[in-house]
Design a protein around this ligand. Sequence first.
Ligand code: NAD
Length: 348
Amino acid sequence: MKTILITGGAGFIGSHVVREFVLNYPTIKIINLDALTYAGNLENLKDIEGHSNYEFVKADITDAKHILDIFEKYQPDGVIHLAAESHVDRSITNPLEFVMTNVIGTVNLLNAAKEIWKDNFEGKRFHHVSTDEVFGALGDEGFFTEETSYDPHSPYSASKASSDHFVCAYHDTYGLPIVLTNCSNNYGPNHFPEKLIPLCIHNILNNNPLPIYGDGKYTRDWLFVIDHAKAIDLVFHEGKNGGSYNVGGFNEWKNIDLVKELCKQMDEKLGKEAGTSEQLITFVKDRPGHDLRYAIDATKINHELGWKPSVTFEQGLSKTIDWFLENQEWLDNVTSGDYQKYYNTQYN
Ligand code: NAD
């Protein structure tokens, strides 16, 4: 049996990737390696817990020795690396944590893969999952392509850019077989409510203000998380060795318009009068170094591998809201305790 080790599989995107692989490849052993930080939650995977090709291993990728022991024990043929500190606002208050996990943690994984694969790279692959934020900010026009120069602005994007460079350097220097994906903003089930969409769903349910940075004109491309998981599956299996692929939804929204669309759908689903939730919108002090616009050109993955998003934004958003309404216990669990402290320092 082949073995694939997925890092960060208890997080938002990672849990969808783990599910995609466990269900689609029953003859491949899937190891989910995760430290279970505030963002990791095994509840995200309770439906696949009993599958014979699935195993969870608790480990911190900053612990080089433990990581090498795990690689030696399980001898993975492939690695899909999603474990990261992922929230820009937290990177502004604690950059070093982002350097430790996103940079040092990634290098520890690269070293472990290089060590156990050293005699033979045939059939091996290290897939690094990254973000479009490494490319910096766009003006009103243009798109990020795979050739766009890196120009990260936040400590989060700087740490992800650094990890991307290390992954490519291990390919160029040691011949490590790698692929890289840079994706736009994801949304969907299991999204941690520090991020815009689940935060607004949670606040509408609790009749709390919907905080919007600056004038709300910041523009992002949004992709339904299950479409991202499918793109990762495709690139992991069919992407060119050493290649990078941009993944995006062809779906740009200004934050304010997105939140208004969310309010409209929430009012309909909750049976409230149109316009009720919009009244909760509150503009708050801008995030320092905020990038104006991100937009992905996903032509390469479309032409080379035939990938495209399966749902429109309105459909994906509707599925997402339905999931949160059906899983309010999940939302209550992750928003108790430390979340409240974080929220109060951020918005109050
Ligand atoms: P997330 O914060 O929801 O999950 C991160 C996971 O990594 C958690 O399960 C956490 O426990 C684990 N983790 C954190 N530090 C760890 C450590 N030191 N050792 C082991 N595990 C650790 O993140 P996400 O939104 O699912 O993002 C996953 C990956 O995708 C990240 O690399 C992120 O940069 C990238 N990405 C995210 C988006 C997005 O919109 N969320 C877009 C593009 C790329």
